[in-house]
Ligand binder design. Structure first.
Ligand code: NAP
Length: 555
């Protein structure tokens, strides 16, 4: 029997968001000695941090919640079809408290470094509070959009009033009544904030560099009766999610764009525009994603909707994207976004015409004029996908830094393992099934797959598991190849690794961040690999060792 090295934990999970909560639940169910390290002072991840006005799901709430627990499904009442941030955070706390998970989470515990000790096949983690912790396996549940980025603007520290990134919206709120508010950015976040803040602010100045396509969320309340009906259909709902490419309840239209008349296409789009959620994107013709002409016709349809909703046609025209078509970037869903520009107190500043020059003590300066502001909101996005990994000094075999390995873009096996970084698992890593789909659906399959892998490792007495270089190269190639047919490859968005505020991530080299094969294909692939003795993963340990139990908690 192999002498197992004593570690502080068998498994350390980094991050207490949607993924970390489910991951620790699965580990504790198995009695594994595990903990979660979380940098914030409480759980919830994205739903803990993003407290900006208007923050809410754009997945149907009942498809966003966890599916693993019949009791949770039975007890929780989603009050809105697209539930808001405070409710979402309450939900995550409800789940964590129901299963007593909080006791196995350490808050205010930022992981600064993780080094793989080759001789012992263990990870040594350094935390912000000066501790060192060891474990056999590290599970990264750090989120894909959790590293906010600020513009590289001169004078960014000069502004005398409150200014913050949307991710750090003050937890106690901020009174914007009557204030002059500037918001930089028009991504999914800003599109949620703008109509809400417009109601309060004295004047709201929207600093837009490039407009974004968006369509109505069409939110509504969920009555007790409707919730009872949803509960009775949960199996069916999750089954549909597992069979649609996006992991949503929205099924693609299987007809070809070219097999129907223009009138039929418009009839479909009219219907989808008025329906809740992502149907307008995901229940559309597949050509929208791949065919320039089809995409252009649909984009023009949406442009007309914008023209109808915005009174001032000069403003409407500025809100219509010209450099990309609908759906090739992540589509924000909105509630009254375009109507906000019909208000006298909302002013669109077109940075394409007059770029930002600097932040001043009293506001923002463009090439045309100074804007006096009381509050500046940076809705300028995230160092997506790899940013949260880059901010931890992760070193694998031979001291290789993950950040260096991924400098030109992530290279992974299934988005869940990295060659040269044994015993490090990413249930929702870059290039995994979560990245471009209904996030929690992908998370659950990723966590389940990682748990099966761990059990396989433990039952065989292995101490080390690592993706082979070949398997990683093949997967990364497959992910890259899928971009070739997608119009998204041409867009400047986080889907292609673009971020003007991160050195090396400006437009230029495309980074293959998301797996575009869709949920069913991804799940079939990872199941087949598991069923084939985890082909593509090299295991090591004492070959003479007997199958053994993992180190379990004494509790
Ligand atoms: P984003 O989509 O990356 O948008 C950032 C915005 O800031 C863009 O309009 C960008 O302009 C602008 N910007 C960035 N740097 C700038 C600069 N230096 N000067 C001027 N403008 C600048 O970020 P986000 O809106 O936070 O959304 C990120 C992702 O979070 C979304 O795609 C979505 O996946 C997720 N999200 C989800 C929800 C939800 O589930 N309900 C809600 C919000 C966000 P350019 O376009 O010109 O770069």
């Amino acid at each position: 029997m192999t002498q197992r090295h004593e570690t502080d934990y068998e498994v350390i999970v980094i991050g207490a968001g949607v993924a970390g909560i489910y991951q620790i639940k699965r580990l504790l169910d198995k009695g594994i000695r595990a903990t979660v390290l979380e940098a914030s002072d409480n759980l919830g991840g994205t739903w803990y941090n993003n407290r900006y006005p208007g923050a809410r799901f754009d997945s149907e709430s009942y498809t966003y919640g966890y599916s693993f627990s019949p009791e949770v499904l039975d007890e929780w009442h989603w009050k809105e079809r697209f539930s808001s941030q405070p409710e979402n955070l309450r939900y995550l706390n409800f789940v964590a408290d129901k299963f007593g998970l909080r006791d196995n989470m350490q808050f205010n515990c930022k992981v600064e470094a993780a080094y793989f000790e080759e001789n012992e096949n263990i990870w040594r983690l350094k935390t912000g509070d000066g501790r060192e912790l060891t474990c056999r396996f590290v599970i990264m549940a750090v989120g894909l959009l959790s590293q906010p980025t600020l513009p590289k603007l001169e004078g960014i520290n000069d502004f005398k009033g409150p200014s913050f990134h949307t991710y750090y919206w003050p937890h106690d709120g901020i009174d914007l009544k009557g204030k002059k508010v500037g918001i930089i950015g028009t991504g999914a976040t800003a599109i949620q904030i703008i109509p809400v803040v417009a109601e309060d602010a004295g004047d709201l100045f929207v600093f837009q560099r490039r407009p974004n396509w968006s369509a109505p969320l069409n939110n509504s309340e969920i009555s007790k009766e409707e919730m009872a009906d949803i509960r009775s259909r949960y199996d069916k709902i999750f089954d549909i999610c597992s069979k649609t490419p996006g992991g949503f309840v929205h099924r693609p239209d299987r007809r070809s764009f070219y097999d129907v008349t223009k009138e039929e296409r418009i009839a479909l789009w009219d219907r989808l525009y008025d329906e809740p959620g992502f149907g307008i994107w995901l229940s559309n013709f597949r050509e929208i994603f791949m065919d320039e002409a089809a995409n252009a016709e649909f984009s023009e349809y949406i442009a007309n909707r914008i023209r109808q909703r915005v009174k001032d046609q000069v403003v409407a025209n500025k809100l219509i994207p010209k450099d990309h078509g609908f759906g090739v970037q992540r589509v924000p869903l909105e509630t009254g976004y375009f109507e906000a520009y019909n208000r006298d107190n909302v002013h669109l500043v077109d940075l394409a015409e007059t770029p930002l020059e600097r932040v001043t003590e009293t506001g923002l300066r463009t090439t045309a004029q100074d804007y006096d502001l009381d509050v500046i909101v940076y809705s300028t996005g995230f160092d997506a996908m790899t940013g949260a990994y880059d901010h931890i000094d992760i070193r694998g075999v031979g001291g290789t830094k993950l950040k260096d390995k991924w400098e030109d873009g992530p290279e992974t096996f299934l988005g869940m393992l990295v060659h040269g970084f044994p015993n490090l698992l990413m249930p929702n890593g870059p290039q995994s099934g979560s990245a471009s789909t209904n996030y929690p659906r992908g998370i659950e399959s990723g966590v389940n797959w990682c748990m099966d892998l761990l059990e396989y490792i433990w039952s065989h007495g292995y101490q080390r598991a690592e993706a082979t270089a070949e398997a990683e190269a093949d997967w990364t190639h497959e992910v890259a190849e899928m971009y070739k047919i997608m119009l998204m490859r041409k867009a400047k968005s986080w889907f292609t690794g673009y971020n003007s505020n991160v050195k090396g991530h400006e437009a230029g080299r495309i980074r293959y961040f998301v797996y575009n094969g869709g949920t069913p294909k991804y799940n079939a692939r990872i199941s087949a690999i598991a069923g084939n003795d985890y082909e593509g993963i090299r295991f090591a340990g004492d070959p003479a060792s007997q199958p053994q139990e993992p180190e379990k908690s004494l509790a």
